[in-house]
Design a protein. Structure first.
Lengths: 113, 115
């Protein structure tokens, strides 16, 4: 029979508000973290990254915060716009070598006008 | 800009068919990856390759094989497609560690339906 997929967590924000998307990672030895944005029908696109020796990194309208104590990563989007509507994934680079990334399941961001 | 292309956006195959998904990158990246993406499960790594003719199993390699005969091209093969392989397939590429960046660049995806 037809399988039903799991529903993604959804964050709804008003246009112009700030958005905060959270991610819990699994490996305390991970040394690199990255956020991707995936719009409907497209592949994931890089937003911002951070290394484990940093707590915060800022880009254009986006900020990533890393709390290694509780293994938590967050993505803050300032002045959210309709074009920010997408699924956002965090990913971590563990100790397995190479450039392997382990991805979270994603959060759906919906921007309401 | 890095460009990763995949041979098809949409593909419909029958159970038992052999399926080839092709991926090409134009940035001379050493690493290439194949993922499948299913609702609520995120991206799961099927296989990856860190050099020509080299391959390593990812987290869910069963039912799949890969081929990397040229640096820019990485193929995913479903030897005998089954309905549980209906999914979105994403290809990615990246530089090797030590070159300062771990970012993976993704293609647009191939939505495969097996009937």
């Amino acid at each position: 029979g037809e399988s039903v997929g799991l529903h993604l967590p959804t964050l709804s924000v008003q246009e112009g508000d700030n958005s905060i998307i959270n991610c819990a990672y699994s490996n305390s030895a991970s040394d690199y973290f990255i956020w991707y944005k995936q719009e409907s029908g497209k592949g994931p696109q890089f937003i911002i990254d951070i290394r484990s020796n940093m707590d915060k990194r800022q880009g254009q309208r986006v900020t990533v915060l890393l709390n290694k104590t509780v293994k938590h990563l967050s993505l803050q989007i300032a002045a959210t716009q309709p074009g920010d509507s997408a699924v956002y994934f965090c990913a971590e680079r563990g100790t397995g070598g190479g450039n392997k990334l382990t991805f979270g399941t994603g959060t759906q961001l919906k921007v309401e006008l | 800009d890095v460009k990763v292309t995949q041979s098809s956006r949409y593909l419909v195959k029958r159970t038992g068919e052999k399926v080839f998904l092709e991926c090409v990158q134009d940035m001379d990246h050493e690493n290439m990856f194949w993922y499948r993406q299913d609702p609520g499960l995120g991206l799961r790594l099927i296989y990856f390759s860190y050099d020509v003719k080299m391959k390593e199993k990812g987290d869910i390699p069963e039912g799949y094989s890969v081929s990397r005969e040229k640096k820019e091209r990485f193929s995913l093969i479903l030897e005998s497609a089954s309905t549980n392989q209906t999914s979105m397939y994403l290809c990615a590429s990246s530089l090797i560690p030590g070159q300062g960046a771990y970012e993976q660049y993704f293609g647009p995806g191939t939505r495969l339906t097996v009937t």
